[in-house]
Design a protein around this ligand. Structure first.
Ligand code: 5GP
Ligand code: ZN
Length: 112
């Protein structure tokens, strides 16, 4: 298995976990871009948003259900940004679907 996030999900690569259940894992990004920068991943390997179908899209609503709860627990009462980068032009560098949960500072728009 050469997928970094699968290996984080199965514990082979250590991570600073903030939340875990049977479907998803949330952990601190190695190279944070904000005071709070968490990655939320499905435990199931899905390469990117391109691979979301009617069959597996339930995991997206599940992540969007959990993200605001996590944001609250992490003290982001002022708001947060939840980002998915997809493909080369989208800036995706790890080929396992993930959402960046960022907060603790005010964000620029457009992100650049
Ligand atoms: P992407 O650029 O694909 O949207 O985001 C990948 C993110 O994963 C980057 O922010 C990068 O810092 C983070 N990352 C890459 N490898 C690791 C790792 O081994 N552990 C953790 N915690 N984060 C990682
Ligand atoms: Zn994977």
């Amino acid at each position: 298995m050469d997928c970094v996030f699968c290996n984080i999900a199965n514990g082979e690569i250590p991570s600073k976990k903030v939340y875990e259940d049977e479907k998803i894992l949330a952990f601190h990004d190695l190279d944070p871009k904000a005071p709070v920068h968490i990655l939320i991943i499905p435990k199931q390997h899905i390469a990117s948003a391109w691979e979301i179908t009617g069959e597996n899209s339930g995991i997206i609503s599940y992540i969007f259900e959990k993200a605001p709860q996590l944001a609250k627990e992490l003290g982001l009462a002022g708001g947060f940004r939840l980002v998915n980068n997809c493909g080369n032009d989208g800036g995706q560098t790890v080929q396992h679907l993930h959402f960046h949960l960022l907060g603790g500072r005010s964000m620029e728009w457009p992100p650049g």
